[in-house]
Design a protein around this ligand. Structure first.
Ligand code: EPZ
Length: 426
């Protein structure tokens, strides 16, 4: 496994550009299966999950072509099998997103039931129940979800819990259902809206985009379309926190500031001086130590759970004490034990972490457990005195494009090395 070595202490300074959003490009790549011709998707980030999704679509018979301008052409006309096998689903839970499109377009899908992951049990019961409401026959046998439907029929879906991929799965399925479907308590994340906008370019009839009520009027067929993926708000937030934690001054470009209102508000609370343009955000700490800031995660437009680990890391060195409450996932404080190894003062009680800011951290070997936790650990390494070795960083490669190059350009002393050796923690 690869490691990232960070030598802490340098305030980050300079400009960094943002890649396309992982959580938008994955559903958009899968939605291309709904078309009766090829789609071209641009501003595609170079991520492990994108590679995995390409492999998944290729295995089903789609033809894919990639050029070096971060563009992918996906032609679903050769599709001849409709299965997402376990060996791919276990590496990327987002594979569940093929379920709705496959049933809607081909009437049949077999998708391995995603297991849990480090941050929680991650059930997909809401996806399956909503698909049944659209008229699909859904069974789970031997760890596989099998869904069949001659033709899907429109339905009124009300999600008990806001679910991002659940909303995306059902929205995609409903585009080819007979009649008009309504999804209430729909996820409002910008990535859901980006998917809806791509589907509309394919000929889908969707209204309420960006709200918690989506109305989808089914059509007979969809065509291929060209689309550029929106910038990654979580990557953006991660670099803004990198600037804050190191008391630096960073200019983030090729992003969409309006998708980060809650993150920007919280960073201003730490004392950051933030200016905003059409597609850029400038954060300057003026060398000041950040102040502690309380966080409670919530569905969009609330504070993103995918930014929680980064703010937990930030609060380890702030002036004051912060409380961070995680309301979305039941086990998303795996990074705390690793931060304690760096000298942080954190107590976890239930779904809250109480963090008493320290004047500094001390580098040590630590272990990444999941995608956003590993980002938080790298941020802590940027400010810890001495050397921090973050092991198992394959997690980070799933969601961040060339993170060490981008941080290195901002003055971080960071490099990728071979693993520090097998560490068993059980
Ligand atoms: C998406 O995951 C994102 N992944 C996650 O990002 C993100 O953390 C999450 O939304 C929340 O914003 C992608 O978009 C590919 P949910 P998803 O369904 O859709 C419960 C990252 O780091 N639930 O919105 O799987 C669930 O257990 C990843 O980029 C059910 O109970 O999350 C959770 O408590 C991590 N039954 C809550 O809903 C269901 O059928 C929200 O989960 C579905 C979800």
């Amino acid at each position: 496994m690869a490691c990232i070595q960070v030598i802490g202490g340098a305030p980050l300074k300079g400009e960094v550009w943002i890649s396309g959003a992982k959580n938008a490009v994955l559903p958009i790549m899968v939605a291309s299966l709904l078309g009766d011709g090829p789609s071209v998707i641009s501003n595609v980030p170079h991520l492990q999950d994108v590679t995995t999704t390409m492999e998944l679509l290729g295995r089903m018979g789609a033809t894919l072509a990639v050029d070096d301008h971060l563009r992918i052409e996906i032609d679903p006309r050769g599709m001849q099998q409709f299965e997402a096998p376990y060996e791919l689903v276990k590496t990327m839970r987002a594979s569940i997103l093929v379920l709705g499109p496959l049933v809607a377009r081909f009437g049949h899908a077999v998708v391995s039931l995603p297991g849990g992951c480090a941050i929680g049990s991650r059930p997909v019961d809401l996806h399956l129940r909503a698909l049944q409401q659209l008229g699909a026959e859904v069974t789970v046998v031997n760890g596989n979800i099998e869904a069949r439907a001659e033709t899907l029929k429109a339905a009124n879906i009300i999600f008990d819990t806001v679910t991002v991929t659940g909303t995306e799965n059902i929205m995609m399925a409903a585009t080819l259902a007979e009649g008009t479907s309504v999804i209430e308590n729909a996820a409002q994340e910008p990535e859901v809206a980006d998917l809806a906008n791509f589907l509309i370019k394919m000929g889908a009839k969707i209204s309420g985009v960006g709200t918690n009520t989506l109305i989808i009027e089914g059509v007979k067929k969809l065509r291929g379309a060209e689309y550029s993926v929106l910038p990654d708000r979580i990557e953006t937030g991660t670099f803004l926190v990198a600037a804050a934690i190191t008391r630096g001054h960073v200019h983030v470009t090729r992003t969409q500031p309006r998708h980060l209102d809650s993150v920007i508000e919280k960073l201003r609370e730490t004392g950051a001086d933030i200016e905003i343009g059409d597609d850029w955000i400038d954060l300057d700490m003026h060398g000041r130590r950040p102040k502690a800031v309380n966080i409670t995660t919530a569905p969009y437009p609330g504070f993103a759970t995918d930014m929680q680990a980064q703010f937990t890391a930030l609060n380890t060195i702030t002036e004051g004490t912060a409380i961070i409450t995680e309301t979305i996932f039941e086990n998303r404080f795996m990074h705390v034990q690793e931060l304690l190894r760096l000298g942080a003062d954190i107590t976890v009680k239930g779904n809250s972490a109480i963090i008493r800011g320290r004047s500094g951290l001390t580098g040590a070997p630590i272990m990444a457990t999941d995608l956003r936790a590993s980002a938080g650990l790298v941020l802590a390494g940027l400010v810890a005195n001495g050397t921090t070795l973050v092991d198992d960083v394959h997690h980070i490669d799933r969601g961040y494009e060339n993170i060490e190059e981008k941080l290195g350009q901002l003055g971080a002393k960071i490099k990728r090395t071979a693993s520090a050796g097998v560490v068993s923690r059980d």
